[in-house]
Design a protein. Structure first.
Length: 250
C-alpha cells in the first residue's frame, strides 16, 4: 500500500537476532538505517513504524543511544500497540502464582511450545520495573520527532475479541494488584501504551466493526488490520504537526 503511494519502504527484520537484548537490537536497527541510506543515497528524514515491543526498541535507539547527539533524522515514530510503560504481560509471565496458567493458555497463540520466560531476554527487559523501562522513562521523548500510537480496544466487550482472556486485557492497577480491562488489545493495555505528547488513535473507529471480525483488533492481528494500515498511511502522508491527544479509555 505504501509503495502504491510512491513511498519507499525499508523493512528491518531482527528475527535472526536470537534472544538479543533491547540495546543490541536497537544498535542493529541503527546500522540498518545507515546501510540503507548509503545504498539508496537518501539522506533526509525517515518515518519509523513499529509493532509492540519493536516501538520501544526504536525508542531506545532514538531517545537513549541517539538522544544526546540526535544524529538520526526521524520525522515520525508510529507505534502499534506498544508497551511504552512496560508490559504487564511480561510481569504476569513471571508471577509465581499466575504464570503457569497464563503461559499454558497462550501456547500456540502468543508464545511457542515449551516457552520459558526466564530465557526470554526481551520479556525480562520489558517488565515494568526493569532497567530498560526505567532508562526509557528517564530519557523522555524527543521534541524533534512526532509520536503517534495506534491501539485496539474491545469497545463492545465481546469475548471473541481475544477469547483467551474472555475479551479483556490484564494490567497492573495503581494499587499494584492485577485487574482485567476492555481498554486494551488482549496483550497490551492502553495504560501501558500511553506516552506524554503522543497522538493516540483507538480502533475501531466504529464499534460496529467488532461485530464482523473482532479478533482483527487484538494485538496479534492489529498490524494487518486494514483499518490500522489506513491509519498508518494517513499519518505518513500528513504533516508531523502535533495532534489532539486522546486519553486511554477505561
Amino acid at each position: 500500500m505504501l509503495s502504491d503511494l510512491g513511498m519507499p519502504l525499508w523493512n528491518f527484520d531482527y528475527t535472526a537476532l536470537q534472544n538479543a537484548g533491547t540495546e543490541a537490537i536497537a544498535l542493529a536497527l541503527q546500522d540498518y538505517i545507515h546501510e540503507k541510506r548509503v545504498e539508496t543515497g537518501y539522506g533526509g528524514p525517515v518515518d519509523i513504524v513499529c509493532h509492540s515491543m519493536g516501538t520501544c526498541i526504536a525508542r531506545y535507539l532514538l531517545e537513549v543511544i541517539d538522544g544526546g547527539v540526535r544524529e538520526e533524522e526521524v520525522r515520525m515514530l508510529v507505534g502499534i500497540g506498544p508497551p511504552n510503560n512496560g508490559s504487564a504481560m511480561a510481569e504476569l509471565f513471571n508471577d509465581p502464582e499466575r504464570s503457569s496458567v497464563v503461559i499454558q493458555s497462550l501456547l500456540g497463540v502468543f508464545v511457542p511450545e515449551d516457552y520459558d520466560p526466564r530465557e526470554d531476554t526481551i520479556v525480562q527487559e520489558f517488565r515494568p520495573g526493569s532497567r530498560i523501562i526505567a532508562t526509557l522513562r528517564a530519557a523522555g521523548t524527543r521534541n524533534d520527532i512526532a509520536y503517534r500510537i495506534i491501539l485496539g480496544a474491545n469497545l463492545t466487550r465481546t469475548p471473541a475479541f481475544f477469547p483467551v482472556f474472555d475479551g479483556r486485557t490484564w494490567e497492573i492497577a495503581p494499587d499494584g494488584n492485577w485487574q482485567a480491562t476492555y481498554a486494551g488489545d488482549g496483550i497490551v493495555a492502553h495504560s501501558e501504551s500511553f506516552l506524554p505528547g503522543a497522538g493516540m488513535t483507538i480502533l475501531p473507529g466504529n464499534p460496529s466493526n467488532l461485530a464482523r471480525n473482532p479478533e482483527h483488533y487484538c494485538h496479534i492481528l492489529l498490524p494487518r488490520n486494514p483499518e490500522t494500515i489506513a491509519c498508518v498511511r494517513d499519518y505518513l502522508i500528513s504533516s508531523a504537526e502535533p495532534v489532539a491527544q486522546t486519553p486511554p479509555r477505561n
